[in-house]
Design a protein around this ligand. Structure first.
Ligand SMILES: [Zn+2]
Length: 286
């Protein structure tokens, strides 16, 4: 896994186009994004054209990066601030784009992150068929993750696989069924223990924002896992730093924080850059 050299940050700022383009094609032959043919030539404008089907496209067409109509050095700068964990209301003072544009860029970064994190989660489940079956049976429809709310709360599950913690949505029906079986208590908000590597969390909605309750003392005594309650507390802390998490994008924030938590000992600018040059597969109504 390539990581960022400390001295190379300024080079990326001055030649972001080359940096992202190298990541996009990874020294492989450029292929057409429509017909996959590898007979692509570069026009004098820098755009690419397919000899086979005649399509003209850019290096980042149909990627997350291509969703942003902002000069690449501003994107690089915004991504750097994002990687450092600077919230957008603060980042906007250090870039030459409007708050609205900075906001849009942060949302695209989060969409790319969400997409990659979900793909990794799917991969982990495919490697663990028993877990996949269990999730399907008791928690959610894994073929169609629905991050819905009932207007008052958001129910999510936490599972630890190979040392990483993953957050997934729990459907209202499954939550009810877990309460009926006395596995968890319906009235209790916050984090509830299911077993060593699996917890359920109930987050309240206040206005248009999420609220993450403190873990109750009674619940604390049942905790045998360290990572999941740690991630829960991390979510609580970040909520203050971000000035709240909006309900409409809560799944993007939860996945972002899951990613930051699982990669807290790693340099993430490079990881984020790689996610940004991937083809868009995320659907906004997911
Ligand atoms: Zn083509």
């Amino acid at each position: 896994m390539p990581t960022l050299k400390k001295t190379s940050v300024m080079n990326i700022f001055t030649d972001g186009e080359k940096y992202f383009s190298d990541l996009r094609w990874k020294n492989k032959t450029k292929t057409c994004i429509r017909c996959n043919a590898n007979v692509v030539y570069t026009l004098s404008s820098g755009r690419l054209r397919c000899k086979e089907c005649g399509l003209t496209f850019g290096n980042f067409t149909r990627t997350y990066l291509g969703k942003l109509n902002v000069p690449i050095y501003e994107i690089t700068h915004l991504l750097y601030l994002f990687a450092l964990g600077i919230p957008v209301y603060r980042a906007r003072y250090y870039v030459l784009v409007s708050m609205k544009t900075a906001h849009k860029a942060y949302t695209v970064f989060r969409e790319a992150l969400y997409d990659s994190c979900m793909q990794e989660f799917y991969r982990k489940l495919k490697e663990n068929p028993e877990l996949e079956y269990e999730l399907k049976s008791y928690f959610c429809d894994i073929d169609n993750f629905a991050w819905g709310t009932d207007g008052r709360s958001v129910i999510v599950g936490f599972i630890e696989i190979d040392g990483n913690v993953y957050i997934f949505p729990v459907s209202g029906e499954n939550f009810k069924s877990l309460c009926e079986q006395n596995i968890i208590k319906e009235s209790r908000s916050g984090l509830q223990y299911i077993r060593q590597d699996c917890y359920i969390g109930k987050l309240s909605i206040i206005g248009s924002h999420l609220s993450i309750p403190r873990v109750s003392d009674e619940e604390k005594t049942r905790h045998t896992n360290k990572k999941i309650p740690k991630l829960w507390n991390y979510l609580r802390r970040q909520l203050y730093i971000y000035h709240g998490i909006s309900i409409s994008h809560h799944h993007l924030f939860l996945k972002e924080l899951e990613f930051r938590f699982n990669n807290r000992d790693r340099e993430i600018f490079t990881l984020l850059s790689e996610m940004l040059v991937k083809k868009v597969s995320y659907h906004t109504n997911n």
